[in-house]
Design a protein around this ligand. Structure first.
Ligand code: MRU
Length: 344
């Protein structure tokens, strides 16, 4: 299994697979400084909510080591850690990861690293547990022996510390012989589905087709898919879920088609401090990402881009939220306290 991130003890560096170069090149970055890490996060060399949580936690160790080498003041160190925390606003895991290790800064790099490595291990365990629960729920709910799945963006090993969330469920279904086909949305404008999910599906030998994002509504309404499974960047206390832009359109189409819409995420993606989706900050990226394809401009010079990277799916469009602790069904059993009990 590919590892999106790995702490290299011998060199004190964070190794990241450069996801901006996939699928053509499998290149690894050796991140040694806060500047390098913030650039890797904002350029999406490392991305996906759980992976961001892990690099946030490990990034504190990098910052402390750099601060020691360059004799930073305590204020400078705090400001640099804050740059990591705020590098991307929507995935709650990034700030969560930083906040897990920053309080240990006074105990030095070894204590910070120990907690960060624990976070990495816990994420993989959560992904594997939620994948089993999600596969059970989907097979029970659809009543099918083999399912056809739509997914959006990339939620595999690349987006996590290992195995994946929505992708983990797909992998689990495949391992059980219960998967017929995956429709992977290409995920405009940065093509996480076409470049990354397809790359992982090929490596794992999982049958799939890549479709343009605009095809998924028709795929659903023509009865070609049995379930949609997505990941999450932030799940508010009421179950409203932020994920890659296009997720909301998929949920609306699922509602019309009568197909279950499943959100899969570790409990670390639940943000109890945000009451509902209205409180979730949506990252707006450079409009230029929308105005070109493969580095070639596709619009008139005068065109402006609008580039929200995420959208929020209201909880009443979500059939199931699958975490490592269990499955919540916001449509049938809306229980405001349930997510709190899971996250707690
Ligand atoms: O902008 P990205 O590529 O970081 O967006 C990622 C997603 O939207 C994923 O679906 C989400 O982070 C869950 S990853 C398990």
């Amino acid at each position: 299994m590919v590892r999106a991130l790995e702490w290299i003890d011998a060199t004190g560096t964070l190794q990241l697979i450069d996801q901006t170069r996939l699928p053509d090149r499998e290149l690894y970055l050796a991140v040694r400084s806060v500047d390098d890490l913030v650039t890797a996060i904002t350029s999406l060399a490392v991305r996906g909510a759980p992976a961001l949580g892990a690099v946030g936690a490990l990034g504190v160790a990098l910052a402390i080591a750099q601060g020691e080498a360059e004799a930073w003041s305590p204020e400078r160190l705090a400001a640099e850690v804050d740059r990591i925390r705020q590098a991307r606003p929507t995935a709650v895991n990034l700030a969560w990861g930083v906040n897990q290790t920053w309080p240990l800064a006074g105990q030095g790099v070894p204590a910070v690293l120990a907690r960060a490595k624990q976070i990495v291990a816990e994420d993989e365990a959560a992904n594997r547990a939620l994948s089993r629960l999600g596969a059970d729920w989907i097979l029970r709910q659809t009543g099918r022996e083999r399912v056809r799945v739509i997914t959006h963006c990339n939620t595999g090993a690349l987006a996590t510390t290992a195995w994946g969330t929505a992708y983990g469920i797909i992998h689990e279904l495949h391992d059980r012989g219960a998967l017929e086909l995956v429709y992977a949305d290409e995920t405009r404008p940065l093509l996480q589905g076409a470049r990354l999910t397809s790359w992982e599906l090929v490596r794992d030998g999982i049958p799939h087709v890549v479709q343009v994002d605009g095809a998924s509504a028709s795929t659903l309404l023509r009865g070609k898919a049995d379930v949609a499974i997505i990941g999450a960047d932030r799940i508010a206390a009421n179950g409203d879920t932020a994920n890659k832009v296009g997720s909301l359109a998929l949920a609306l189409a699922c509602q019309r088609a009568g197909v279950p819409f499943v959100v899969a995420a570790p409990s670390t993606t639940i943000d109890l401090l945000t009451a509902s989706g209205d409180g979730i900050e949506i990252e707006e990226r450079d409009g230029g990402e929308v105005l070109s394809f493969g580095g070639v401009r596709t619009t008139p010079e005068e065109a402006q881009g609008y580039n929200p990277a995420f959208d929020v799916t209201p909880c009443d469009l979500i059939s199931a939220i699958v975490t490592e602790y269990g499955v919540v069904e916001p449509q049938t059993t809306p229980d405001p306290g349930l997510l709190a009990r899971i996250a707690g």
